[in-house]
Design a protein around this ligand. Structure first.
Ligand code: F6P
Length: 322
C-alpha cells in the first residue's frame, strides 16, 4: 500500500480532527502518502482531494469540528455517483480509504469496497450519538456528554433559585446514551429515552411526590429521539401544576475542544485503522470494546440489531433519583 485517503462524513463530532491527525501521521510514519478528501463523499465526487503532509495536521488535536469539512451526501447512495468518486481515488492510485463518521458513512465505504476490489475501506466511528455497533464508544460522545453536564449544572442554578422544573432536550438521534449518561451524571430526577416506554403520568406523579417531600426543583432529561422538550412540558403540565421551562441544548453539544478521553480514543482508532489497511483488511469498522481495539465487518455492524441501552445504568438512575 502506497497511498491512502481520509474523509469525514455526516455530522461533525469533537475528536474527528484528532482521528485525522492519527491516520495521517501513522501513515506517513510508514512511508504511505496521504490524501484528504474535503467535504466527505461530496468532495470525493467533486474531486476535492488534496495531499496532506505532517504539517497539515499540526495544531488540530485540540480543535472541535473537522478541518476536512463534512457533509451529508444522500446522492452517494446512487451507483453512478459512487463510480465518479471511485474513479477519483483510482486515478491517483489510492488503495485505501479511511471514513470517519456514522452508520450512513460506513454504508458508503462498504459500497466502495464491494464495487472496487482495489480499494480497501476502514470506518472510524465519529458521532456524538454513540449509536454505532462494534464499539463501546464513538468519538465525540464524551465531549458532548461533558458539554451537557456543564450546561445542566448551570441550568440547575436557575432551577433551584426559582423552584422550577427544567426539561432539557438533548441530542442522540434514535439513541438514548447521551440522555442516560448525562442524566446519571447531573443527578436528574427523570430521564426519558427512546429505548424505553414512557408514561408521562408516572413521571408527573414522581415529580409531585418529590415536591410533597419538600423538593424545590427538578431536572428532566429528554432524548430527542423520544419526544421534544416542548411536548414533554405540555404533557407533564396536564397532570401537575409546576413552573416548567424547556431548554433545547442543540448544536452546542456537537462543538468544542475534545476531552482527553475523546482525543485518546480518536488517536488509538486512527492509528489502528491504518494498521488494518497495512494488513490488507477491508470493509471493517474499528472500535473499542472493554478498552481493547477491535475491528468488525461492516456487514456485522449493520446486521446487529439495535444497540441495547445499559439496563443496569438505567436501573441505577431510577434508584438514585427517588
Ligand atoms: O448525528 C449527530 C446529530 O447531532 C444528532 O444527534 C442530531 O439528531 C443530528 O445530528 C442533527 O443533524 P443536523 O446537524 O444535520 O441538523
Amino acid at each position: 500500500m502506497k497511498k491512502i485517503a481520509v474523509l469525514t462524513s455526516g455530522g461533525d463530532s469533537p475528536g474527528m480532527n484528532a482521528a485525522i491527525r492519527a491516520v495521517v501521521r501513522k501513515a506517513l510514519y510508514h512511508n504511505i502518502e496521504v490524501y484528504g478528501v474535503y467535504q466527505g463523499y461530496l468532495g470525493l465526487i467533486n474531486d476535492d482531494i488534496r495531499k496532506l503532509e505532517l504539517g497539515s495536521v499540526g495544531d488540530i488535536i485540540q480543535r472541535g469540528g473537522t478541518f476536512l469539512y463534512s457533509a451529508r451526501c444522500p446522492e452517494f447512495k446512487e451507483k453512478e455517483v459512487r463510480q465518479k468518486g471511485i474513479e477519483n481515488l483510482r486515478k491517483r492510485g489510492i488503495e485505501g480509504l479511511v471514513v470517519i463518521g456514522g452508520d450512513g458513512s460506513y454504508r458508503g465505504a462498504q459500497r466502495i469496497s464491494e464495487e472496487c476490489k482495489e480499494i480497501q475501506t476502514i470506518g472510524i466511528p465519529g458521532t456524538i450519538d454513540n449509536d454505532i455497533n462494534g464499539t463501546d464508544f464513538t468519538i465525540g460522545f464524551d465531549t458532548a456528554l461533558n458539554t451537557i453536564i456543564e450546561s445542566v449544572d448551570k441550568i440547575r442554578d436557575t432551577a433551584s433559585s426559582h423552584a422550577r422544573t427544567f426539561i432539557i432536550e438533548v441530542m442522540g438521534r434514535d439513541c438514548g446514551d447521551l440522555a442516560l449518561w448525562s442524566g446519571l451524571a447531573v443527578g436528574a430526577e427523570t430521564i426519558i429515552l427512546p429505548e424505553t416506554e414512557t408514561d408521562i403520568k408516572d413521571i408527573a406523579e414522581k415529580i409531585q411526590h418529590g415536591i410533597d417531600r419538600g423538593k424545590k426543583h427538578s431536572i428532566i432529561i429528554v432524548a430527542e429521539g423520544c419526544m421534544t422538550g416542548d411536548m414533554c412540558a405540555s404533557e407533564l403540565t396536564k397532570y401537575i401544576n409546576v413552573d416548567a421551562r424547556v431548554s433545547v441544548l442543540g448544536h452546542i453539544q456537537r462543538g468544542g475542544s475534545p476531552t482527553g478521553a475523546d482525543r485518546v480514543l480518536a488517536s488509538r482508532l486512527g492509528g489502528y485503522a491504518v494498521e488494518l489497511l497495512l494488513n490488507g483488511e477491508t470493509a471493517k469498522g474499528v472500535g473499542i470494546k472493554d478498552n481493547r481495539l477491535v475491528a468488525t465487518n461492516f456487514d456485522d455492524i449493520f446486521k446487529t440489531s439495535e444497540r441495547q441501552i445499559n439496563q443496569r445504568m438505567l436501573g441505577l438512575t431510577e434508584e438514585l433519583s427517588i
